[in-house]
Design a protein. Structure first.
Lengths: 259, 267
């Protein structure tokens, strides 16, 4: 059973007449990596940002359809029905997000990773320290930063900052991680490290990743969804999408005939 | 031909820059010569009634300090509202009003506070002076806060929200921290601006020859006393005015420079 079940989902930005996403049906499978690919403006980021309702930071969006979060308490099982502040907190602690540009907070490395934990209500200092360490080890950053946890996170390199953001998201033990083009601002070596990390994380969390890099999608994902102009054109195992696409548009896109 | 025009334009620019700098240098040297010749450390030990400036310096600091206590929280809160919460018309109206207020002549603000505070309360007071200075300060703080918060990338706010933080927590823990240096610099500059103001104090706090901490009475003010002393016929009074101007200038310079220092070091 998929961890997220997106059903007949449409999304309209405020002040726009036509929906940016139309009737999307897509499962996000458990302990697998699902890549969302497609040309710019196809709605892949919009779809990803609907899964944790980050759109709601800006008022006036219109959601239609359903996004089911399976095996959850009633409070967050129907993502589009969430209205209360504490339910949003629960949702976002269960569905973490990593952005295109690394977003370290202007505080120490330790405080960055501990931030989500403190919001979750972890107060005990030894528990905080332990969980920060586990998260940093899990993000392959511990060796590089263990002797400067109290230094500002802004002093890290771009790749390290991005791994710190992953550690920060992992620390609260989410069930799903959403990656929004996590490597497009990074050099190839940092990109390799992040990709390795994402694959590694699969055993603990389910992953959805937006990428405009088709090689990346084919390297790391198990499933791929191809989107075009707000429609989901094709969803299948990644190897099928890349080797044996059923739709003409998918084939055109992955062979580089447009995009 | 283009080369010649280029040269003429360059020459004119340099010339204008030099004129500006020359006047600044002239003002500063006059101030330093006249000020230093009447400056002695006894000025810091005696009050105006005994030929010193102690009560005036302390008074001016208290007025500016109190104005900051009123003006900084109000201005920051308004700036945060405009940038983080306000949408569309309301925020724009407040932003425009604040810009207009920033360019309001300071004597007008003094007159306003005279009408709404001094007259109803029956007399000039330290409070009235502090309120007038706070009104001078608020739009500057609003503007700085608004501008500095607008420089914080949207992704940083989203990253906080995506971790489950509520909006106010993201603003307090993350956005303000990210904009801290800029806001602090702006506040320091605003403080430097109000500490040298005379017009808002002229008929709100007035000044006093005696040391005073009673904010319900006329309150000692360095700037207003400079104005008074400079109008006195005796040479000694005018010398004291020069010394006071010198001290005030050095004070403002120090605050301004520390503002720059903070920006440069924390970046």
């Amino acid at each position: 059973m998929p961890v997220l079940n997106i059903k007949k989902f449409s999304f309209t930005y405020p002040g726009v007449e036509h929906p940016s996403l139309k009737n999307i049906n897509l499962p996000i499978k458990r302990h697998a990596i699902t890549a969302l690919i497609g040309p710019s403006g196809c709605g892949k980021s919009t779809l990803l940002r609907s899964m944790n309702r980050i759109h709601d930071l800006y008022p006036g969006n219109k959601y239609e359809g359903k996004i089911e979060f399976t095996d959850q308490d009633k409070s967050v099982s129907d993502i589009l029905e969430i209205k209360k502040e504490n339910e949003f907190i629960e949702l976002r602690q269960k569905i973490g997000m990593i952005f295109q540009k690394p977003t370290p907070f202007p505080m120490s490395i330790f405080e960055n990773v501990a931030y989500g934990l403190k919001i979750a209500g972890v107060k005990n200092k030894t528990e905080l320290a332990d969980r920060v360490e586990v998260a940093l080890k899990g993000s392959a950053l511990w060796k590089e930063v263990h002797d400067r946890l109290d230094k500002s996170a802004m002093g890290l390199s771009g790749g390290q900052q991005q791994r710190l953001c992953i550690a920060r998201a992992v620390a609260v033990k989410p069930e799903i991680l959403l990656f929004d083009e996590p490597t497009s601002a990074l050099d190839p070596i940092s990109t390799g490290a992040i990709e390795e990390l994402i694959v590694e994380l699969k055993k603990d969390v389910s992953i959805a990743i937006v990428t405009h890099n088709m090689q990346q999608a084919s390297r790391i994902s198990d499933f791929t969804a191809f989107m075009y102009l707000g429609d989901l054109i094709e969803f299948d195992k990644t190897e099928n999408i890349f080797l044996n696409p059923k739709e003409k548009k998918t084939e055109d896109y992955i062979t580089g005939r447009f995009g | 031909m283009r080369l010649i025009i280029n040269k003429i334009f360059l020459g004119l620019s340099i010339f204008s820059a030099l004129i500006g700098l020359a006047f600044l240098a002239w003002i500063l040297t006059t101030l330093f010569i006249k000020g230093l010749s009447s400056f002695h450390f006894g000025l810091f030990l005696n009050d105006l009634i005994d030929g010193g400036l102690r009560n005036l310096i302390v008074g001016q600091m208290i007025l500016a300090g109190l104005a900051s206590i009123i003006g900084i929280p109000l201005g920051m809160a308004a700036g945060i509202y405009i940038q983080e919460y306000g949408r569309g018309k309301y925020a724009d109206v407040i932003r425009d009003l604040s810009d207009i207020m920033m360019s309001a002549p300071s004597i007008v603000i003094g007159a306003f506070v005279y009408a709404v505070v001094v007259v109803p309360t029956g007399g000039t007071s330290g409070f009235a002076g502090a309120i007038a200075l706070a009104i001078m300060m608020i739009p500057v703080v609003i503007n700085t806060t608004d501008n500095m918060l607008s420089l914080v990338p949207r992704e940083l706010r989203e990253a906080g929200i995506a971790l489950g933080a509520s909006k106010y927590k993201v603003i307090i823990d993350i956005v303000i921290k990210a904009a801290k240096v800029g806001i602090m610099t702006g506040i320091l500059l605003a403080f430097a601006r109000i500490i040298g103001e005379t017009a808002p104090l002229l008929f709100t706090s007035e000044t006093s020859n005696y040391f005073s901490l009673d904010l319900t009475e006329s309150f000692p003010s360095l700037t207003v006393s400079i104005y008074d002393l400079a109008n006195e016929p005796e040479e000694s009074s005018r010398d004291l005015a020069w010394a006071a101007s010198f001290i005030l200038t050095v004070l403002v310079l120090i605050i301004n420079l520390s503002g720059r220092f903070i920006t440069r070091n924390k970046k």
